[in-house]
Design a protein around this ligand. Sequence first.
Ligand SMILES: [Zn+2]
Length: 261
Amino acid sequence: MHQNPWCIFFRTKTGHGERGRCLKEEIKLLIELQGFDSEIRRINIRKNELPGARERLDEELQRFEEAFDQRRKRTEDLQKTHRDREKDLKSGLESVKKAKSRLLEVKTNKEYEAMLKEIDTFNQKNSAIEDEILNLLEENENAGGELRTMERELEEVRARHDREVKALDEEIISLDIFLTAMAAKQQGTRKKIDPEILKKYDLIREKRNGQAVVAARKEVCSGCHMNIPPQMYNELQTYEKLYVCPSCNRIIYWENTDNGA
Ligand SMILES: [Zn+2]
């Protein structure tokens, strides 16, 4: 009666096996165990994601801080340029003043004209500096406004970063608590399952990406969505044999979808 290659477990008595439990109950325990194992797997995947998530948050903040520092540096440079130009203008005006006083001391007309030309050159230079200062004043004002806006944004980015880091830390703690609870339940259920079945379950789970037990509904395996041979599907409903899906090799059990499905 064991000829079917997809039958992995068989009990002569449908009512009670050697451990006093019928196959239907073993399947119930397998489904339960699969639920715990899937949860544990999900938690561990999430736990592995957390350090990366934390790193991304830190990087985001760091990028913003660097951009802010650059902006501040540019603003300071602009202010320094402004101060320098003010100094230039002051010394330029000083030069005009000196030249004008020397104008009174010149002896010849030629000297006088040369001096006037010099004064004119100074005035032109000063006028150019004044224009530059006006532009710098405006640029400084804009830069200062932008810097203050960015400073407020930086505060928001910092606050959000701290909030999200705190949430991640809390998540790690709650995941660990959940994981401990799930592991205890998993061990409890494992102890109840027939060792022979458990061994197969572990083997299949390892090969099938964590999913060893899947429902069969309407002659279709919910693990791989392939059809299940009709005779096998009928036998699933008697709970006399434990079958694996002929397509994906996962343990299948019959899930009644006739009512309200
Ligand atoms: Zn399948």
